[in-house]
Structures are given as C-alpha cells and as structure tokens.
Ligand binder design. Structure first.
Ligand code: F6P
Length: 560
C-alpha cells in the first residue's frame, strides 16, 4: 500500500473564541437584531441566485439560512483563519488526521478508482466477483442449493451505510434478497423465521470483530445453521468483513470469505470499503461503482473548489453560524425522496459520533459548542409528527430538506415509473418547498386575521385565533436538490455530508475520527452482565444502578 504520509499539519490554531474572525462574527450577530428572512427576501430579489451553488448534479439552496453577504464573508474569513484548506489537503492526502489514534481517515482513497491503493482495488475486485456469483445464483450452499438470501449482521457504521445504499439503489425483486440485522435477539429471530439455512448466507460485518451485539447474532445464526443441516461445514454459509481476520477465522469463517478492512477507515466512513459488500450484492457491482464515482466527483469538487462555491464548506459554515452564533443546538435532516428514509440515521452516527466532542485536538476543554444534535426522518411523515414544533415551537431548528427533481427512475433497475409515481413525486416537491418557505417567511397575525375575517369569522373570533394560527418564521433551512436519486447522486450526497462534517471539525479544532465516548459504555455493560445472574445483591455500583439491577432480579428471580 502507498506509504502513509508523515504526520498532519501540526499547527494547532489558537483558541477559537479569541480568533479575530470569531469575534467579528459575534459582533455581527449583535447587529442582526430583528432582521427577518421575509424582509431579506423582499429586499433582495436575487437572494436565491446569490445564496445557491451547484456541484456534481446537486443544487444547494442556502438562501433560507440566516445570512446576509457580510455573514458569509465573515464565515469565509473564519475558514481561512482556521486553515481549513490546509486541513482538507491533509485529509485527502491520507495524513494522520485522526490525532488520538495516530491514523489517517482515508475514506476518499476507497473511491479513488485507478488511483486507489493497490489493496483497495484488489478488495473491490474480490467484492465484485463474490457479489456477481451471488447475483447469478451460482453460489451454492452445503446442500448444493443456490443462495437466495443474504443476511448482513452489523451495527453502527457496519450497517447504516450499506442499508441506506441498498434501500436507495437496489432494484425491486432482486435476488438474492439482502436483509440487514443490527440489534441482537428478536430482529434476527424475525428475519430467520422466513429463511431456509440451505439457501442463506450470512456476512458478519464488524471492523473490530468484537462488538457484542454482532457477535451475539453471529453465534445465534451459527446455531441456526448447525440445527438446520447436519453438515458441520456451515462455514460455506458465512463471509466476514473485518480488520480482525484472525478472530473471524477463529469463529469459523473460511479465510477466502474474509474481506479485509483497514484501520485508516473509520466505521462511520466505511460504506465505500468492503462494508459496502451487502449493498453491492443488493444493487450490483456496476451501480456500486457508480456510487463510488459519485463520491469521487464530490471529493474532487471539495478539493478543487474555492470555499465560497464549495458545497461542503458552505454547509459547514452556515451550520457553525446557526449552532454557535444563533444558539440552535439541534438540526433536522428531512428527505422528501423515497429511498432516503435511512439517511437521517446514517447522518446521526456520522455527525454525532464525529462532532460530539468537548476537547480540542490538543485535549483542551472547548470554550464553545461543537456538534449539534442531529435528528430527522422522511418528510411526508414528519409533517404529521414534528413539523408543528418546527413551525410554532419556541426553539428554531435548522432543517436540511433533500429532494429530487425527478422521480427515482428505476427503469434501469426494474419497472419504469408510472404516471401515478409522477403525481406522487410532484406532491413531495410541493410539500418540501412549502414547508421550507413557511419556516422562512412565517405567517403574520395580520395575515391570519385577514384570512379569518375573509373566511367569515367575526372580529372577536378572529382576534381570539389570530395568534394561534400565526407562524413566526425566520427559521433557517437548506434545500439540497438532486437531479434524481441514482447510485451516483447518492455517492455525491453522502460524500458531501462526510466533508461537511470534517470542515466543522476543522473549524472547532476537534478530532472527527475517534469515538472514545462509546468505549466506557461497552466496558461497564460487560461488567454488569454477570450481576444479573448472581443471587447476591448487587452493590458494586452507584445506588441507582445497584437498585435497578436488584429490582430486576427481584422481579425475575429465574432470570437466566
Ligand atoms: O459505536 C461505536 C462503534 O465502534 C462505531 O464507531 C462502529 O461503527 C460500530 O461501533 C460497530 O463497530 P464494529 O464495526 O467494530 O463492529
């Protein structure tokens, strides 16, 4: 493999809150006063053209963000002051940007095509061969029957990316069917209930091959195989994707079925690696290659485009403005695009495991907020669940709306779209655009009073209801418009968010690529396990934990 370049840019910037550009932004915020997006749009007919940018088949409309030209100038000055372009160069060059683990975070190398490291290309070749054999029905189990179902066992970054990609890009009625199982227990039981051991293959997806939930499932499915057919050679029904080949082989996975991962690929950035194998099986190698190409196109845009036209940089900077200067602690991602329902879950891990940090790269406590809480869900359902709060709650929440200009054309994968699909698609777009417009423009009490009166309400009734029906507006959003949802546009979209995440980590000077915060939970959970089966009262922990464990033991005396 190409030698890893020496350490990254060592200069750690001065404390962010003392940086001139940060102070200028704070001063700018004070001048903001009662500016409203409704007036900003009225005063600038070119606002949409001024605050939108295109790249890789995506349009970013950030004109509904709480910015004016001066805001963007100051944010770009902050990016310069934080040496963002040099940090981007370090990331893309495979330098050790993961400072605590002393590793690169070189997920962009996974989609570099012919320029990718040799090992990356050879793993992709092996993936294509394996996926092809499965999709041709040429992979047989121990009984000689063709494999018809593939179960991907994995959690977090070992599941979210491939499940999203399969959802977005796999054709209907594909064989083999690919099932994603993350949590142990019932989700696996329900999946196995409809499958036959002889025609099922299981891919154990685990970079560490030590994640308890995944190993619990792997053990249970091995038992299912052993019960299902007499042959002891259940290994023919397993494959594994891991950086820990020794543990996978010890479990019983044949060496030739182990697809390697490298420690310079973070779990939440690993869709482009062999972790993507289940997605490649679901969508086909050509589509997977298109997805890689889409991400590579966004990488090139990210590397080569000036910050003021750079989509990941623009989204990162407006996000910093809303989070650190406008006091917006959470943000929602709301796709109005069938096939992207799992995007918010993937983004939750990407952003909250990358940006949920409270010390700088040098280990100093931050004097400013870092990543915002990310949540969201499919747009149509959201309108009937949480949009009330988005419109009339006391806490403005920035929203990323994501939609497609044309319906998901599955003609290349399956049945062509019907006219009904076109109608549904237009409804999605109308709803998406209406929601973001109302969040920005609001509806004044003068508007609601006039509407009530013209609807026949009396003066008193109108006065009684007007404020209840008004929308404050001035609530920011981005709209990302894809030409259509294809493997290529999905690749570009996901890479865009990976790079948005990195730019924010550079602004805040935090390490986006470790996740020490989740290790303690695993360790403590492991220490609690034996407590549930010991007859003695549990006393080794804090009073609450002891109390809860002992309560469970009292309620379930036969607890295994
Ligand atoms: O949540 C912690 C974490 O390590 C994630 O970063 C990772 O994606 C997930 O658990 C699964 O880890 P593994 O792939 O090693 O099973």
């Amino acid at each position: 493999m190409q030698s890893m370049p020496a350490g990254q840019n060592k200069k750690s910037p001065a404390s962010l809150t003392r940086a001139p550009a940060w102070r200028d932004l704070a001063a700018h915020r004070k001048t903001w006063q009662d500016r409203h997006l409704r007036e900003l749009f009225a005063a600038d007919p070119q606002r949409f053209e001024r605050f939108s940018a295109e790249a890789c088949g995506l349009l970013l409309d950030y004109s509904k963000c709480l910015v004016v030209p001066e805001t963007m100038d100051l944010l770009l000055a902050l990016a310069r002051e934080r040496d963002v372009e040099a940090r981007i160069a370090d990331l893309l060059a495979g330098k050790r940007v993961n400072t605590t683990e002393k590793r690169a975070a070189w997920h962009t190398a996974l989609r570099a095509g012919h320029a990718a490291p040799r090992e990356v290309r050879s793993v992709l070749t092996a993936m294509r061969a394996f996926a092809g054999t499965l999709r041709e029905g040429a992979l047989k189990g121990v009984s000689g029957r063709a494999i018809r179902d593939v179960i991907s066992l994995g959690i977090g970054g070992s599941a979210l990316g491939p499940a999203l990609a399969a959802d977005a890009c796999a054709a209907d009625g594909n064989t083999p069917r690919v099932h994603f199982v993350a949590a142990p227990g019932e989700p696996l039981t329900r999946t196995l209930a409809s499958l036959e051991p002889e025609t099922t293959l299981v891919i154990i997806q685990s970079k560490s091959f030590s994640t308890r939930e995944t190993l619990l499932n792997a053990r249970d499915v091995r038992t299912w195989f052993q019960a299902g057919f007499a042959a002891s050679d259940y290994g023919a029904h397993f494959a594994a994707v891991t950086a820990n080949a020794e543990a996978a082989h010890a479990f019983g996975v044949p060496k030739e079925r182990i697809f390697p991962m490298w420690d310079w690929v973070g779990g939440r950035y690993s869709l482009w690696s062999a972790v993507g194998l289940p997605a490649m099986i679901a969508m086909g190698a050509d589509c997977f290659d298109d997805m890689l190409a889409g991400a590579a196109a966004m990488d090139a845009h990210f590397a080569e485009t000036q910050p003021q036209y750079n989509l990941p940089v623009l989204m990162a900077l407006t996000g910093v403005w809303h989070a650190n200067f406008c006091g917006m602690d959470s943000r929602a991602v709301v796709p109005y695009c069938p096939g992207l329902e799992l995007l918010p879950a993937w983004l939750q891990q990407l952003e909250m495991e990358s940006l949920g940090k409270s010390v700088s790269r040098k280990g100093k406590s931050l004097r400013h907020d870092s990543g915002a809480v990310l949540w969201g869900g499919a747009g149509t359902e959201g309108q009937h669940a949480y949009f009330q709060m988005l419109h009339q709650g006391t806490r403005p929440v920035p929203v990323d709306f994501i939609a497609c200009c044309s319906p998901r054309s599955k003609s290349s994968w399956g049945t062509p779209r019907s006219e009904a699909d076109a109608d549904t698609h237009t409804l999605l777009l109308a709803n998406c655009f209406a929601q973001s417009a109302l969040l920005a423009q609001g509806v004044t009490t003068a508007d609601t009073t006039a509407a009530l009166l013209s609807g026949g309400a009396g003066e008193r009734e109108a006065a009684r209801l007007a404020s209840h029906q008004a929308l404050p507006g001035n609530r920011p959003s981005n709209t990302l418009l894809l030409d259509a949802l294809t493997p290529r546009s999905l690749g570009a979209l996901l890479a865009l968010y990976e790079h948005r995440t990195f730019v924010q980590s550079a602004i805040w000077d935090i390490n986006a690529f470790d996740q020490w915060g989740v290790e303690h939970g695993k360790t403590l959970a492991d220490s609690l396990l034996p407590e549930f089966s010991s007859p003695a009262a549990t006393t080794a922990h804090d009073a609450s934990t002891n109390g809860l464990v002992n309560y469970v033991k009292r309620m379930n005396p036969a607890n295994p």
